[in-house]
Design a binder for this molecule. Sequence first.
Ligand code: XMP
Length: 510
Amino acid sequence: MQDMIVILDFGSQYTQLIARRIREINVYCEIHPWNKIPELGSHVKGVILSGSPFSTRDPKAPQPDLSKIKGKIPLLGICFGAQYMAQHFGGEVLPSTIREYGRAMLSSVDHQHPLTQGMNANTQVWMSHGDTIKVVPANYRILASTKDVEVAAYHIEGEDSFGVQFHPEVYHSTEGSRLISNFVINIAGCAPNWTPDSFVESTVKQLQEKLGNDKVILGLSGGVDSSVAALLLHKAIAKNLYCIFVDNGLLRKNEFDSVLDSYREMGLQVKGVRAAQQFYAALKGKTDPEEKRKAIGKVFIDVFDAESHLIEDANWLAQGTIYPDVIESVSVDGGPSQTIKSHHNVGGLPDYMKLKIVEPLRLLFKDEVRRVGRSMNMPENILNRHPFPGPGLGIRILGEVTEEKVRTLQEVDAIFIDGLKEHGHYDEVWQAGAILLPVQSVGVMGDERTYENAVALRAVSSTDGMTADWCHLPYDFLANTSSKIINQVKGVNRVTYDISSKPPATIEWE
Ligand code: XMP
């Protein structure tokens, strides 16, 4: 079995980053909630305790049972994890007199020690804590300090257990990856062989064992996740994979045909279903964003359901679910999180379809999905495309959606996206698109008064869509794009650029 590290999550905002750093050194790891510790078989080479929004001094703070871990296999506590191991085993954690947030320098580092070897004196680390370890138990040896924090890193002598007060997983800890690699590879002894190629090889084998001669249906969205999932399944079961790509009438200009062509060039067996009119009919008269999303989702299910019944004896449904959707989140206050928008993906199909689910990407982060796609020679135009929401232009036309408005927005969007590509901005931007506003305003063209539509352009930088900033595109580019749109798209006389970050705005307007 693949060597792995288990990360126990105490609700830190950085937990996923710990996993990313470990996977970057080609070692597999999984995140589990602190109160659901999985069976630690011999392939689990080490455990990491994450940070937490809780103070260890809070009576409601997590109290993990480490009896099967500490002293038995390599263990690294980060921030809360380090404080917990200090406090719980006889030390003392107190509120800091100086709260340390952000940059700090490690003023003394034990360069000989396996955990900190190779790290420079005065290396920058990232701190984020209101408590500090004041007293460590007798057998805890201090490996590093900062100006304000004496216990910045420690080793529990006689066992492979360690703690660090800082966050080695964040990029601002300049040599954090070195420390993580020291722990994962040198101390825990993981073999760094989790690569895109090894993932493809093992996943194809597992899919073949799981699916045998069964038939699988997969809904393609044009996005990278469903496309990579399809390619993996195609490698595993070839002709038994049946892909469906639905034209909901809300795709980008010419997208349906061009994406369908790309899929066929990749060798996929894919049926393109033209269902635009069904979607427009369902959207008629609807102006509320949530009602529109639900209507689009429902028609999608109806179309997909009808199509899947045409494939005889299919008993599996493949989905492009990725790891961030799978990680069970640790809720700090115990309450449910609020629904901001009801997302619709090609994946979210109802139980009555009675299909078993197969999710070949459920272990991967988004950037890993791309790396896997690249290792299978997926065309760059699919691999590098910006994310596009399931409800498509339907949520970028504010208010009622009509076929005519879709056509107008497609033209505007195409000018913007083609311009980004032409001027080399496309790959710098995480996601971009145009929004048709329910606003008409006065303009003048030639000597004529106009009273036409306004559009907004949106381009954001992000890593996962959870937070985003607006892109500072060059003024010249924006000016050029604006005049092209107004000159070429009938019915549009005003272009605005959205300069809101997320939060407080969201990326999509509806
Ligand atoms: P928001 O607007 O919530 O968007 O900031 C975050 C990211 O999610 C995408 N998005 C969707 N993706 N189905 C999807 O597959 C949806 O219903 C949906 N709604 C928003 C959005 O494009 C952005 O990348």
